[in-house]
Design a protein around this ligand. Structure first.
Ligand code: NAP
Ligand code: ZN
Ligand code: ZN
Length: 347
């Protein structure tokens, strides 16, 4: 076993503290990765504080992981020692169900092995995430990243990037379309960059007046302060597609009403409490309310390659791990420009 250092929380009201644990020795198909940077996703906070229920403690959060391969198993073909590698929100899946076979492992019908707050395939051994010094992952669940882009700015692509790329692709966002992005946080700012790069006309809906300049710099054509309902009413029936990336309870009907006939709104944000949908918001214009979760390995690699080709990365604030609690508090307040990333050398 490999002694490993990390930060963990012991319960929903505890703070993150230094924590020592063991990773498995790399098997024939595994790579051992020294973690260099790990992004802070709002899901880390939801899960550490058990806002979705069923959290497993102690919890080492973190699923936006980039680092360097330090050892490879005897059968590993795609990675060599010294190469960069990345890990996202899951580290294994059943590999045989219809979703896994379709390359949509995130919808695995048997057992998706989450990077943290989950169990290995034995359904007993807890998994520990990227707020740690190293991780052991099967090469088939490990991603390749370009050495051309700044490493800290790549980390958030592993969750925020793929979570927004996947629905934009699935719902065929492209030129000539009006796209709304609700919530300019970690996910939202990636959604703006990606949708704009795909040729869509992008409008940001935000509760933070101060983010307008940033939104336009990120590629938005329009910026709407969502706190005043009048601002939304003026845009009724306008949008082809809306992506809702808000982490807290809010009125989704206000956004559904902005969709044109047959328009689609996809939810990626996961507030702790259920969202309330009015039937009229959907049926009056035959609108669709959809959801989407992260992306499969194949599509995650496609997204990373797309971002490398188009020079797209995340806007980040790099912090030492000792400031993680303060970064979480700022994230909850919507005060992050636009993703905190932990420099893991500070561990
Ligand atoms: P984040 O960086 O904290 O961004 C969330 C944004 O939501 C904030 O920046 C803020 O934007 C807006 N917001 C916050 N509180 C609000 C409120 N009370 N009312 C209205 N708007 C509010 O979070 P994130 O990391 O992007 O994650 C967003 C959500 O997606 C979280 O719930 C997370 O768990 C979930 N998530 C889902 C997936 C998936 O696969 N579906 C993957 C990753 C994360 P403004 O300041 O612009 O209003
Ligand atoms: Zn995430
Ligand atoms: Zn499966």
């Amino acid at each position: 076993m490999l002694p490993t250092r990390g930060y963990a929380t012991k319960g929903p009201t505890s703070t993150l503290e230094p924590f020592s644990f063991e990773r498995r020795d790399p098997g024939p198909h595994d790579v051992l990765i020294e973690i260099l940077y790990c992004g802070i996703c709002h899901s880390d906070i939801h899960q550490a504080r058990d806002e979705w229920g069923g959290s497993i403690y102690p919890m080492v959060p973190g699923h936006e992981i980039v680092g360097r391969v330090t050892r490879v198993g005897s059968q590993v073909k795609r990675f060599k020692t010294g190469e960069l590698a990345a890990v996202g929100c899951f580290v294994d899946s059943c590999r045989v169900c219809a979703s896994c076979k379709a390359g949509l492992e995130q919808y695995c019908e048997v057992h998706l092995v989450l990077t943290y707050n989950g169990t290995e395939k034995d359904e007993k051994t807890p998994t520990y995430g990227g707020y740690s010094s190293q991780i052991v992952v099967d090469e088939n669940y490990t991603l390749k990243i370009s050495p051309k882009l700044p490493l800290a700015n790549i980390a958030p692509l592993l969750c925020a990037g793929i979570t927004t790329y996947s629905p934009l692709r699935h719902f065929n966002v492209g030129p000539g379309q009006r796209v709304g992005i609700v919530g300019l946080g970690g996910l939202g700012h990636m959604a703006v960059k990606l949708a704009a790069s795909m040729g869509a006309e992008v409008t940001v809906f935000s509760t933070s007046k101060t983010k307008e300049q940033d939104a336009r710099r990120l590629g938005a054509h329009d910026f709407v302060v969502s706190l005043d309902p009048k601002n939304l009413d003026a845009l009724a029936n306008r949008f082809d597609f809306i992506l809702d990336a808000v982490s807290a309870p809010h009125d989704v009907n206000a956004y559904l009403n902005l969709l044109r006939r047959d328009g689609v709104m996809a939810i990626v944000g996961v507030p702790a409490k259920p969202l309330q949908v009015q039937a009229f918001s959907l049926l009056l214009k035959r609108r669709t309310l959809a959801g989407s979760i992260i992306g499969g390995i194949r599509e995650t690699q496609e997204m990373l390659d797309y971002c490398a080709a188009n020079n797209i990365t995340s806007d980040v604030e790099v912090i030492p791990i000792q400031q993680v609690e303060a970064a979480w508090e700022r994230t909850i307040k919507g005060d992050v420009r636009y993703r905190f990333v932990i420099d893991m050398q500070t561990l």
